[in-house]
Design a protein. Structure first.
Length: 248
């Protein structure tokens, strides 16, 4: 039996366990899928942890998309450019396990926003500065969409929430939440922006899909925005993982 899983903290909200279990059953595949929350000490020796669980592949979610990179034996060019991975393939060799990292977040996020708005976008606001935000930023650059990244702390390519001007909110026709605000145990929180100044014609997209209507999406909807959660994106990620893991 092959073993797959998802690694993050938290992962109890993830639909991946149900999705892959149903997929394995429908296709008569002898495999299992588990949800893992490695401890701090286990992440310090992540390669050993993976070997001990005899995994054939796994998904990576918040907050480990950047942390796992030092333990990988190889990383594809897109993931290297993004600086984060969300899918890992494990191959058994004579010398032990070989870990190969990929990033499909950027593909899935681009697919979703253009599915919702085939005509494209002029300017975006990207909320967050972690691994998921890095993948979305890569996708926006790839499609030549101007954007401003915003987070709690300013950095070389990111401004702080306090420095986000109302005119930028009014001009953006795409606003993306790539933070964990809105997901358990932060379901009563949302990025601290002035929602009343949002462009009514904007698409508000939240990478979170559980809950289906985060506080971020509720506030954006109240401002007149079109809203969508990350369910479609995550299902695309699962399908990309099936291909990378060569399950079928």
């Amino acid at each position: 039996m092959r073993k797959f899983g998802i690694i993050g903290r938290p992962v109890s909200h993830s639909a991946s366990g149900y999705w892959f279990s149903m997929f394995f059953e429908q296709h008569a595949i002898d495999a299992q899928f588990q949800l893992f929350e490695p401890s701090h000490d286990e992440m310090l020796h992540f390669d050993t942890w993976v070997s001990s669980h005899k995994l054939n592949g796994f998904l990576i979610t918040i907050p480990f998309k950047k942390d796992v990179i030092p333990f990988l034996d190889e990383i594809d060019s897109k993931a290297a450019a993004i600086g984060a991975v969300n899918v890992v393939l494990v191959n058994q060799t004579a010398n032990g396990s070989k870990l190969s990292g990929f990033n499909t977040d950027y593909l899935a996020s681009a697919n979703e926003i253009f599915r919702l708005r085939p005509s494209g976008f002029r300017k975006a606001i990207l909320l967050g500065n972690g691994g998921a935000a890095a993948a979305v930023a890569y996708a926006l650059n790839l499609h030549h969409i101007e954007f401003q990244k915003v987070s709690r702390n300013a950095s070389s390519d990111c401004i702080a929430y306090a420095d986000l001007h109302e005119i930028e909110l009014a001009e953006a026709d795409l606003i993306i939440n790539a933070t964990s605000l809105g997901m358990h145990p932060q379901q009563n929180e949302c990025p601290p922006i002035n929602y009343s100044k949002l462009n009514r014609n904007a698409l508000a997209y939240d990478l979170i899909y559980n809950p289906s209507k985060t506080l971020f999406l509720q506030k954006c909807a109240a401002a007149g925005c079109q809203t969508e959660n990350g369910k479609g994106m995550v299902e695309l990620i699962y399908r990309h993982a099936v291909d990378l893991w060569k399950i079928l």
